[in-house]
Ligand binder design. Structure first.
Ligand SMILES: Cc1ncc(COP(=O)(O)O)c(C=O)c1O
Length: 347
């Protein structure tokens, strides 16, 4: 089926042209393998400087699922578990990758995709002895699966609870760029590095061909991480293929400009949909919007546009929640065309 435009994902294009140029420019340069290359070292230094953490460790992997499962499995003892919201990506979309490493995910109900300190404490209160798993890591994503973000204060509160309870805090940053560039964001990458033990900066969803940068802030978790990478098949001989991309992404703010654009077109979509009189699952300030549209209109839109239909709306009869996702490459003309069609179908 051919569509006018895909609002399905933020990785529907190959890569930003500057990434393609950077890969081509460095292509014939001979380098050492497995991360010992000059690009990986430069990218690591660049990221450490940006977060103001000279003693952090940086590793590059190819997918978000790989980052999540390797990071979490590297932290946990066999009987330890992860606390996450029910909508968390590893709980809904990663084929049981975390569970396949032998660790349970203790899920709690999120508030618009966000985890709260209270729900962490509730899990701890109900896991008190060796007949149960021992929660050890708190998993959150910034931005969340529902397109929302945690404020600096919320992040600090989560961090405080974790530190008091002896839990590690891990942040999935598949959409970190979008979160950082949200209009209501009051944090930067240093804030993220200050409040958590380990996180990753997503490249795949923000203009890279592929690649995620894992940052291990807590020195207790740094040792032997490359063994975990290698054993799970993630230690790339051509690690340079990812680090070259991150160097380019962080040159002249490309990473941030990409995310700013994706957020801006998502905002235009949301504003136009609201003007048509439709409601949303929740309000977002990142590159995903979740309008609730009548099923008949969804069917018509689906003939021209690709997007996910998530669930029947419980609040609005004969309507469903859809997800529209924008990217660094989404043209404003595609947004205007979608909104024009929505208006036509409404009448
Ligand atoms: C928040 C989040 N984490 C992790 C992933 C997994 O990334 P990948 O598909 O690269 O494994 C995704 C992908 O959609 C995601 O949205």
């Amino acid at each position: 089926m051919s569509y006018s435009y895909l609002f399905r994902d933020d990785y529907s294009e190959g890569m930003h042209p500057r990434i393609l140029e950077a890969l081509a420019r460095t292509n014939l340069q001979q380098e050492a393998g497995y991360g010992a290359d000059t690009f990986s070292q430069e990218a690591e230094q660049l990221i450490k400087k940006m977060i103001n953490k000279p003693n952090a460790n940086v590793h590059f992997v190819s997918t978000g699922t790989q980052a999540n499962l390797i990071c979490l499995a590297s932290i946990l003892k066999p009987y330890e578990s992860v606390i996450a919201v029910d909508t968390a990506h590893p709980n809904t979309r990663e084929t049981g990758a975390i569970e396949a490493t032998g660790h349970r995910i203790n899920t709690v109900t999120g508030i618009e995709g966000r985890l709260t300190p209270t729900s962490i404490l509730e899990v701890l209160e109900s896991h008190t002895n060796e007949h149960m798993v021992k929660p050890r890591v708190v998993f959150i994503s910034q931005a969340t699966e529902l397109g929302t973000i945690y404020s600096k204060d919320e992040l600090q509160q989560l961090s405080k609870v974790c530190r008091q309870a002896g839990l590690y805090l891990y942040i999935d940053g598949a959409r970190m760029g979008s979160a950082l560039m949200a209009q209501d964001a009051d944090f930067d990458l240093s804030t993220i590095a200050d409040i958590c033990d380990m996180f990753y900066i997503g490249g795949t969803k923000n203009g890279a061909l592929f690649g995620e940068a894992i940052v291990i802030v807590n020195p207790d978790l740094q040792q032997h991480f490359r063994y975990h990478l290698k054993q799970r098949g993630a230690l790339l001989a051509k690690m340079r293929s990812i680090s070259v991309q991150f160097i380019e992404l962080f040159k002249d703010n490309l990473y941030f400009e990409n995310a700013k654009h994706a957020n801006m077109v998502a905002r235009e979509l949301a504003t136009g949909i609201k003007q048509c009189g439709y409601d949303f699952l929740n309000s977002t300030s990142t590159n995903q919007v979740f309008p609730i549209l009548p099923n008949g209109i969804i069917e018509k839109l689906q003939r021209q546009y690709a997007f996910y239909v998530l669930a029947k709306s419980l609040s609005t009869p004969n309507s469903s929640v859809i997800r529209l996702c924008t990217s660094w490459a989404t043209p404003e003309s595609a947004v205007q065309q979608f909104l024009g069609d929505l208006k036509n179908y409404r009448t």
